[in-house]
Write a protein that binds this ligand. Structure first.
Ligand code: GLY
Length: 323
């Protein structure tokens, strides 16, 4: 039996790690730990880009994305679901109980209901109020109407006579989103030596309806290969999705790079290929099958939460590519 490790994005991951750690330390499966970490964050209303605290899209509808992965033949994902606040658990069920890898939108919600997940609140009062404030600031006639908070579509009711959302009226939804903490991604190495990973997010605040980011996309927001390593991303998905950054990092580990070198390389590709704005952020975590780990970022305002048998820490990124 080896030493277990939990590595989670952002400082809020430390409290979530604490929930999952006893089971992992006792020899539990890493996938259970990954799911427990994500579920904890999904219910934390203070985290404004995951689960219940997640800020909605421009029309006031929260859509949630998540995925889990154990290896190329064992992964599951959901995106644009609005039924319950636990996309990570539904993604795991897609992996374990369906013949598919990814379900989207109403199909994901229907699958979730059929699997017995209870419809639950997906839009907190706080997030709803933030959306109403944002919408009221828009320079177009958008009377803020209250989206519903229970499972099912959380946007305006059918037949709502408001004018259609016009992206030309939104100056920069990304700049609002850049202030949020973003995706929870977690990697685990369990005592049996299995690597597991998971992600959960509500995506970018005030996004265009229908927008999906990197987090539920296998190879982009998360990739796990049992023999070579695991990597996951948090931050602005649009910077990750053209580069398959998590797959890129694991491929670098497959070629002999350490997790730190692999993340430096994958983030370096993002810096090379994009004309980065000052607040553009992507951070990544990586874990090898031997327990080597790293957390790195484009910008310094990122932290990883690490839990091992000897450490319970919030760790600054290394390397940081854009000072
Ligand atoms: N990284 C989460 C997203 O861009 O949706």
């Amino acid at each position: 039996m080896g030493e277990p490790i939990l590595l989670t994005t952002w400082a809020f991951g430390q409290a979530a790690n604490a929930v999952a750690w006893p089971g992992l330390l006792a020899g539990g499966d890493g996938l259970d730990a990954v799911e427990a970490v994500c579920r904890h964050v999904e219910l934390d209303e203070a985290v404004e880009s995951v689960g219940l605290g997640g800020l909605p899209d421009a029309e006031g509808q929260v859509t949630l994305d998540g995925c889990v992965m154990r290896g190329p033949a064992r992964c599951g994902s959901v995106c644009s679901m609005s039924f319950c606040p636990h996309p990570v658990s539904v993604a795991r069920r897609v992996m374990e109980e369906s013949a598919h890898v990814m379900l989207a939108g109403p199909g994901a919600d229907a699958f979730s209901a059929a699997q017995g997940f209870e419809a639950g609140v997906v839009l907190s009062e706080w997030a709803r109020a933030r959306w109403a404030e944002w919408r009221a600031r828009l320079p177009s006639p958008f009377p803020p109407t209250a989206p519903s908070t229970l499972g099912g579509p959380s946007g305006p009711p059918v037949g709502d006579a408001r004018p259609a959302y016009n992206p030309a009226n939104v100056s920069s939804p990304a700049s609002d989103a850049a202030r949020s903490h973003d995706t929870v991604a977690v990697l685990a190495l369990d005592a049996a030596g299995n690597l597991s990973g998971g992600c959960s997010t509500s995506g970018m605040a005030w996004k265009l309806p229908g927008r999906v980011g990197d987090s539920p996309l296998i190879g982009h927001g998360l990739y796990v290969h049992p023999a070579h390593g695991a990597a996951a991303a948090t931050g602005k998905g649009e910077l990750v999705m053209g580069l398959c950054s998590s797959f890129d990092a694991v491929e670098r580990m497959r070629s002999g790079a350490s997790p730190r070198e692999a993340l430096g390389g994958a983030l370096g590709r993002i810096r090379e290929e994009h004309d980065l704005a000052a607040d553009d952020q992507v951070a990544m975590i990586a874990l090898s099958p031997h327990g080597e780990w790293a957390g790195a970022a484009l910008r310094p305002d990122y932290r990883s939460a690490l839990r091992t048998t000897t450490r319970d820490e919030v760790v600054p990124p290394d390397p940081v590519l854009c000072a």
